[in-house]
Write a protein that binds this ligand. Structure first.
Ligand code: TXA
Ligand code: MG
Length: 317
């Protein structure tokens, strides 16, 4: 068991974090979406450690974080659509899956051997400063054990991964609160995961509707859903009036009596920022009782919120 250092987001802490990354160690850091578990994306050994620390069962591909579009162009091929989206939404919570440039230098573990790579430029000042201090691409999934609720505070990272990683840079709570939107651009633009930038906003920028692909497909049977973001209590969705004994995670003014309310005014941005912290809190306070969640509208950030809630409620393996 190793001690996890908690580093402050000042020059000294960032230099120490960059140094650990250079030595192939794992460092968790804040982004505007969730805390990421970072490793040098060019090192097989460092990237393999991510899967080990998270207990991630499959070597599925990871998102590579870069400081700007210039660094992105060295790793992937950006067509006109990618350039337009990058200038509109980077830095920010949008991940683009693009053709991998030969000789990119990335570990094949990052892309799971695919000819494409997922890239994003995070908007958090601590993430930008760390990428600048490190000077290379950083692979980073969310900094939580596989299948558990994503971390939006350094304390969540400590609770899930202490003893398994070298350090966490504490940059306070994340402002967006759900992971980035993932857009496939290998062929027709395809929404692979709803996230921090609403699909409607991307459609408006591209001037065309998105195909719905991969993870984002509305499930037709609960069994098709991969359990993920799961608290230890069971989760019941679209509940307007909870049963006695249930912990009520509310949304909007109709849930004024809820135990916790994602946003009393019904603001989806506020609800996204609160989602993972409140799921963790609900799990702690409910202490094994079922968690009942109010309906959340399926537009804007509501699509990302409902995607995470459906996975939290899915049958456990
Ligand atoms: O907000 C976020 O995106 C956070 C923060 C830390 O930046 N990161 C995150 O990373 O959620 P991660 O590694 O958990 O996201 C990985 C997902 C995969 O499950 C897959 O859906 C998609 O990114 N992905 C990565 N590479 C891909 C590829 N080449 N083709 C298709 N999908 C890919
Ligand atoms: Mg994750």
């Amino acid at each position: 068991m190793r001690v996890m250092q908690v580093l402050s987001p000042d020059a000294k802490g960032l230099a120490a974090a960059a140094d650990l990354l250079r030595r192939g160690e794992l460092v968790a850091f804040p982004t505007e979406t969730v805390y990421g578990l970072g490793a040098d994306a060019r090192s097989d050994k460092a990237v393999a450690r991510i899967f080990d620390a998270k207990g991630r069962p499959r070597f599925n591909p990871l998102i590579v974080h870069v400081p700007g579009v210039e660094a992105a162009r060295q790793i992937a091929v950006l067509d006109d659509r990618a350039e337009r989206l990058a200038s509109a939404f980077w830095p920010g919570p949008l991940t683009l899956v693009l053709p991998l440039r030969p000789g990119s230098g990335l570990s094949p573990l990052v892309t799971a051997g695919l000819p494409s790579v997922a890239l994003r430029v995070p908007a958090h000042p601590v993430a930008s400063a760390l990428l600048a201090a490190f000077g290379g691409p950083v692979a980073a999934p969310s900094a939580n054990p596989s299948g558990k609720v994503s971390p939006t505070r350094a304390g969540h990272v400590l609770a899930g991964l202490a003893g398994k990683i070298a350090a966490v840079v504490d940059g306070g709570p994340c402002t967006v609160g759900v992971e980035s939107t993932i857009l496939g651009l290998a062929g027709d633009a395809e929404l692979l995961r709803p996230g921090g930038i609403p699909a409607e906003v991307i459609e408006a920028c591209l001037g065309q509707p998105l195909h719905i692909g991969g993870n984002a497909v509305q499930p037709t049977a609960p069994g098709q859903l991969l359990s993920h973001y799961a608290p230890s209590s069971s989760v019941r969705l679209n509940v307007s009036a909870p049963d006695p004994g249930e912990f009520w995670l509310g949304f909007g003014p109709a849930a004024g009596k809820a135990d916790l309310n994602l946003s009393l005014s019904g603001d989806l941005v506020e609800a996204a920022a609160n989602l993972f912290h409140f799921l963790q809190e609900a799990d702690r306070v409910a202490d094994g009782s079922p968690i009942a969640v109010s309906p959340v509208p399926e537009h804007g950030l509501g699509r990302a919120i409902n995607d995470r809630l459906r996975r939290a409620a899915a049958p456990r393996p």
